[in-house]
Every structure is written in C-alpha cells, then in structure tokens.
Ligand binder design. Structure first.
Ligand code: PBG
Length: 329
C-alpha cells in the first residue's frame, strides 16, 4: 500500500497517540547508578569532567544510594578509590578495604538495593593497569588469582553481583570457581564481556584516579574496530558462566549491543560511559544542546539497540525526568 492511503504521520498527530505506539519505553528500572567511594567522613569531591558526580565517603555514598533507591533505581555499581596503591593492588581485596566497607554500609541500610561491584585492579595498582605487571607486561594468569580474590572479598562483604571489567582471558571462570568454592554459588557475574579500549573512559579515570602510568590498555581491552571479536568474547564469557553480558561503551557500539541481543539469551547490559556523559554535559553547559533531551534520546537509543540494563551517570536525573513527565489526564 502507498500514499495517499498510507500516511505514517497519522499516528504522530498528538503526544497521546505517539505514546500509544512508542516502541521503546525507558523506566528507572532499566538503570544502574555508579558511585565512586573514597575514605573519610562527609567527603564530597566533585568530579570536574562529570558535572553532578562526586567521589563520596561511605556515609555520603549510602545517602546517594538511598536517593537512587527512592527513585526506583534497582541497583548501584561501586568503584573504590583506596588510600594506598601498590603493584598488586592489595587494597582491592583487603577485608576492610574501601569497597568492602561501602558494601556493608549500603546493604545494612538498604537491604533491597542491588549492590554491584566493579572487579578490576586499576584503581588499586600504583601503575594504574588492570592486572599485575611481569616483565613490563600485564600478566594474564597471575592477575586471575587476584581478581578471584577480589570478587570473593566483595561477596563476603555482601555484594549481590560482581562485575569483572579487567578484560583478562578466563576471568569469569576463575571468579565463578572461587565464589563456588566458598559457598557463593548464588552470586551472579555481570561480565564486561565486550569492553573496548576507548577514549571515552577519560573522565572516569579522573574520577577513579586510575590512569595507567605507562602505556595503554590496548593489550587487554578490545580494538574498537572489532565486532566479530566482540561476539567471540561474549560467547567465551557465556561458556565460562557469566549471568549477564555487557557491552562497553554504549553509544559508538550500538551495533554490537544489537548483535549480542540477537544472538545471546542472557540479559544484556550496556555501559553509557563517562565520556558519553561528559560530552552531553559540556555541550549543555555551553547552551549548545538541550541536555535533558539529549540524555533521554541516547538512553532510549541504547535500550532500542537491545540493552536490558544501562549503567549510566544519568540514572538519577533520567529517573527524575521520567517521574516528572509521567503523562495522564
Ligand atoms: C575499570 C573500569 C573503567 C571503567 C569502568 N571500569 C576504566 C577503564 O577501563 O579504563 C570506565 C567507565 C567509564 O568511563 O564511565 N577498568
């Protein structure tokens, strides 16, 4: 059938009609809110390149988490900034480390909020790489032992879900085995399966103080040019026992989110990363773009591409927007 019988504009006539035929609908339940936790009390260090985000001491992180929970956001993901760094990132798996403290405090006050932890050594090593260095290179297998230890210490502190983001080969299996050995067979693994070596992590590295002190992450994170390899990474993580698969970053990788969605039956996550957030915030501050609409458009696009879960610094703002704009008569 053709024009003039066919007129797609008929269904765009009013907001109510558009709402009825909208294919992708965001809700606060789609979001996971990241928190950066530092030592101390009543500490709030604003992160310049991520307006609205801050490094928070545990007491204030609990308040932020409560704010997210009140907005119906089901989960937070925690990143720790330790007060000491060393070559093996030992604060990452210290029983009283910053993340372990944060998990306990949040779970105590907000038992229903899902607490996810980022499992990676880069915030904890003095060289800033995601694994241990042997002969000037990030050593895969030696790192696995430490990642497993780190994930286990998070589970022991009460984490609901662990999320390895290091990109070592075999880490999902190593973490699964370590958790199962200690009776944490019910703690799921959200794997950053297709994580690319992206320039869009820049602001995060300021926030997490995790810039590599030499070289870059290209020997472990993926080449942004590769989509078939992304699928291979995803399949390997599924075989190793991942419960949720993530693609990262999100916006320049919507094709990969879609491919993973089509091929894999597990829940699919996408990480709307720091640089993606910073670009919108910066343009909005200049008055060059409507920040609120840009936020909603990109989050909708990530969901439309196939993501079930979106880690985003916009989580609270977008949830507030959705609440404010709930239509009705
Ligand atoms: C840790 C980690 C990074 C991010 C999440 N976990 C940084 C990196 O790999 O360099 C980036 C998140 C963001 O940019 O928002 N490895």
């Amino acid at each position: 059938m053709h024009f003039p019988i066919c007129r797609p504009r008929r269904l765009r006539k009013s907001e109510a009609l558009r709402r009825m035929v909208r294919e992708t609908k965001l809700s606060a339940e789609d979001f996971i809110y990241p928190l950066f936790v530092v030592h101390g009390r009543k500490v709030r260090n604003e992160i310049e390149s991520m307006p609205g985000m801050a490094q928070l001491s545990v007491d204030l992180a609990v308040r932020e988490a409560e704010g997210a929970c009140k907005l119906n956001i089901p989960a937070v993901i925690l990143f720790g900034i330790p007060d000491q760094k060393d070559p093996k990132g030992s604060q990452a798996y210290a029983p009283r480390g910053i993340i372990q403290q944060a998990i306990r405090a949040i779970k105590k006050e907000l038992p229903d909020l899902v607490v996810i932890t980022d499992v990676c050594l880069c915030e904890y090593t003095n060289h800033g790489h995601c694994g241990v260095i042997v002969d000037g290179r990030v050593h895969n297998d030696a790192t696995l032992t430490l990642l497993a230890k780190m994930a286990l210490s998070h589970a022991e502190a009460g984490a609901d879900l662990v999320a390895p983001s290091d990109m070592m080969d075999g880490r999902v299996k190593a973490i699964r085995e370590a958790l199962d050995r200690k009776g944490f067979e019910d703690v799921p693994i959200l794997s950053y399966a297709a994580k690319h070596a992206s320039v869009f992590y820049g602001p995060f590295r300021e926030a997490a103080e995790s810039t590599p002190q030499f070289g870059d992450r290209k020997s472990y994170q993926m080449d942004p040019a590769n989509a078939r390899e992304a699928m291979r990474e995803v399949r390997l993580d599924v075989q190793e026992g991942a419960d949720i698969i993530m693609v990262k970053p999100a916006l320049a990788y919507l094709d990969i989110i879609r491919k993973v969605r089509e091929e894999i039956d597990l829940p699919v996550g996408a990480y709307n990363v720091s640089g993606e957030y910073a670009m919108i915030k910066a343009a909005a501050q200049q008055g060059w773009i409507d920040g609120e609409r840009a936020m909603m458009e990109v989050l909708t696009a990530i969901k439309r591409a196939g993501a079930d879960l979106i880690i985003t610094y916009f989580a609270k703002e977008a949830s507030r927007f959705l609440e404010k704009n709930r239509a009705g008569c």
